[in-house]
Ligand binder design. Sequence first.
Ligand code: TYD
Length: 204
Amino acid sequence: MLVSSIPKTDNRFFVFEGVNGSGKSSLIDRLNREIPNSIKTREPGGTPLGEKLRQILQVDKEPISSLTELFLFQADRAHHVDFIKTELKKGKTVFCDRYFYSSIAFQGAGRGLMDVEELSMKAIQGLLPACVFLLDLDPVEGLKRREGLSEIDRFEGEQLEFHKRVRAEFLRLAKTRPEPFILIDATKSREEIFNSVYRIIGSC
Ligand code: TYD
């Protein structure tokens, strides 16, 4: 695990990113159970409107263009950010499963759309996380972990090359974005990953 030093912030907003199957969701569930006064949320989703958009994006089979997909994710995000800001004002620690980094990786690098970062900056309305935990994993392994699931979403069905571009883009973002990134080797045991993340969050 590569731990860059995290500056103390007044913001308790933590984002988790990674390729499909990298283990974010179970990690977030446990952090939320063990860290008092915390909530977990996700993109797409996190609000009643967001869950409807998630249904359209993840479950509905109607084909949509890459551009439509991008705007649906950004609409979800613009709405979700208001919710996160309200929770932070209440003093909550917020754990968020994916944020705009996913749009840059999936719609930008994956689908090949331009200007995703600029559009994302509009959607987030200034809300940057205290840090991003990037669970890095070879997508071959990530997709293997998802094998046997009855439903695959519109991304899990993509070619391996798509997922490789997504992973490479997350790693590029970790090096170039101004927010602190914590790079985590997602092949480590769940316990090991949980303990490291727990310790880092505790020290923020
Ligand atoms: P989810 O079931 O949460 O997948 P995972 O458990 O891998 O996080 O579904 C979210 C999917 O949506 C995931 O495949 C990544 C994709 N996505 C984008 O393409 N762009 C985005 O901006 C976001 C937030 C997610």
